[in-house]
Design a protein around this ligand. Structure first.
Ligand code: GLN
Length: 549
């Protein structure tokens, strides 16, 4: 029987509950336990697939094609495991299930209520992953902040489980904030006291308090928090701001968060934590040998979370190449033929981001043209790949105003068009081509060189694709379709062999990049950017020498 750790949050949002949960899970995994994490989100959407990235950040897609919260990306990146549809549950999904059951007559004669029907469904899903002996510990992050109306049924379900299951099988870790008041030069514990009080009023008592703080918590403060919040002093954990999220597992190890959990859960069969690979990665990340600057061309750049997995993939690929990757966001809406050189000339590589809809499209196409013509390393993901196809159509093949039918349904040259099976779909939620599909890579291509294999699977999230009616024309002019799905003929990868690094992929390689196994295309792209940067500095220094001579 698995043990269950629930992670709740208090005082304010954005304290990094997902990172704390992933770090704790990492430590338990490093001690030899089989661990998974899930997230319960209190909103009514069935999944975040229909949410605007501005609202909610990126939508993370799992192998099995679930559109999930971006915290699942952290779980996978930290633990190097795959999560599934079962790892992300929303209030909407819970209610949908209960209401469907009601319509099917499952509760005949009964009034269907939040307690027990909704909470029963929540508990069922909370325990689900722990049912088949696959895991020793299942961590559950409860989205939102304690005190929110929306999260009450989830907290109530935790309360019931604390009461129903053996004491050592359930524990609650509560994440709070200890603000530092500069004027008073003091750390303040009151918000934490209030948040624990609020949690206790719902009948849930935390076993551990993880306290986010900018200043170290001395013993006096810890004692005070322990006394007022009714937890053991050793269970008051300091979570200082870290320079990178990947340092948090080591900070939590120092604070013995894992050991306190193991003790409470009465788990005695564990090893010394094996974090060797993690530490090597962290060392490379913290002490890079050089730097590259990448322009991220997108339209959701105001919110960093919108491109979370891409940014993290750059971190992994940077460490692998021992370079610091500085990512500069460029809003595609403001790129024009006139200012493109000025905006992009300082970069060592361009990534044109995924996206939907019309806004900012022309800027992306202009950016691709600049990269193609100036031998600047280019990497296009999903919509970014589609833009590269459109750019090539317009500027190399002379297909004036070639477009995607997503932006221009009546274009004369629909070089990107809607996938056949998408045409009959009317509902928006969960209906794209989602999740892992295989791709066969052409031998001798750049993609082959980078992946080191001809068969891969990668994750997807799109409705449109390369229009194969134009394939011959493209290949004759030098754009190679180097990766395809053999079942459908769908073009998965395009590249320009006469360019140092120009690659576009219909899939999302960023979704499979982890600390222990960085996405090959990101590693290859950063390697190309490094070479581009070195060439640039060699040229600079030789032209300086010429000037001196
Ligand atoms: N809007 C494009 C499509 O649906 C690209 C999607 C994406 O970038 N994820 O095909």
């Amino acid at each position: 029987m698995a043990k269950y750790i629930f992670v709740t949050g208090g005082v304010t949002s954005s304290l990094g509950k997902g990172i704390i949960a992933a770090s704790l899970a990492k430590l338990l995994q490093a001690r030899g336990l089989k661990v998974t994490i899930q997230k319960f989100d209190p909103y009514i959407n069935i999944d975040p697939g229909t949410l605007n990235p501005y609202e909610h950040g990126e939508c993370y897609v799992t192998e099995d094609g679930a559109e999930t919260d971006l915290d699942l990306g952290h779980y996978e990146r930290f633990l190097n495991i795959y999560t599934t549809q079962a790892n992300n549950v929303t209030t909407g999904r819970i209610y949908q299930t209960v209401i469907n059951k009601e319509r099917a007559g499952a509760f005949l004669g009964k009034t269907v209520q939040v307690v027990p029907h909704i909470t029963d469904e929540i508990k069922h899903r909370m325990l689900l992953l722990g049912k088949d002996d696959k895991y020793d510990v299942v961590l559950t992050e409860i989205g939102g902040t304690v005190g929110d109306i929306e999260s009450l049924p989830f907290i109530e379900a935790v309360r019931q489980l604390q009461w129903e299951l053996p004491e050592e099988d359930v524990m609650v870790v509560h994440l709070t904030l200890i603000p530092y008041l500069k004027a008073a030069k003091e750390l303040k514990t009151k918000p934490t006291q209030h948040s624990v009080k609020m949690l206790s009023e719902t009948g849930v008592h935390p076993d551990i308090l993880v306290c986010r703080t900018e200043e170290p918590l001395n013993n006096d403060i810890k004692r005070k928090i322990a006394l007022f919040c009714n937890v053991k002093q050793e269970a008051v954990i300091e979570a200082m701001d870290a320079s990178t999220i990947y340092e948090v597992p080591l900070l939590m190890l120092r604070e013995k968060l894992d050991l306190i959990c193991l003790k409470k859960m009465n788990i005695t069969n564990y090893a010394e934590p094996n974090l060797d690979k993690w530490k090597v990665f962290l060392d490379k990340l913290k002490y890079p040998r050089s730097k590259v600057t990448i322009g991220l061309i997108g339209k959701y750049i105001e919110l960093q979370d919108a491109y979370k997995s891409i940014l993290e993939s750059f971190v992994h690929a940077g460490a692998m190449n021992e370079v610091k990757v500085q990512v500069v966001n460029v809003h595609s809406e403001f790129i024009t033929h006139e200012n493109v050189a000025e905006k992009l000339q300082g970069f060592d590589g361009l990534l044109v981001a995924p996206g939907f809809g019309h806004r900012g499209i022309e800027g992306k196409i202009i950016a691709v043209k600049y990269a193609r013509e100036n031998n600047l390393p280019f990497f296009g993901i999903c919509l970014g790949m589609q833009m590269a196809v459109i750019e090539f159509g317009r500027n190399v093949l002379g297909l004036n105003e070639a477009h995607s039918t997503e932006m221009d349904a009546k274009t004369q040259y629909p070089v990107i068009n809607m996938m056949e099976e998408q045409k009959k779909i009317k509902m928006m939620g969960g209906t794209m081509r989602l999740g892992a599909y295989p791709c066969e890579i052409k031998e001798g291509s750049l993609a082959h060189q980078i992946y080191g294999t001809t068969s891969i699977t990668e994750r997807h999230r799109h409705r449109f694709e390369f229009n194969n009616d134009y394939l011959e024309q493209y290949e004759a002019a030098g754009m190679l379709a180097s990766g395809k799905n053999n079942d459908t003929g769908l073009v998965e990868i395009i590249e320009l062999p006469n360019h140092p690094f120009f690659i576009g992929v219909q899939y999302h390689p960023e979704l499979k990049s982890t600390v222990e196994s960085p996405a090959p295309l990101f590693v290859g792209f950063i390697d190309a950017a490094k070479k581009y940067n070195e060439q640039k500095s060699n040229m600079k220094s030789s032209s300086m020498k010429d000037a001196i001579i």
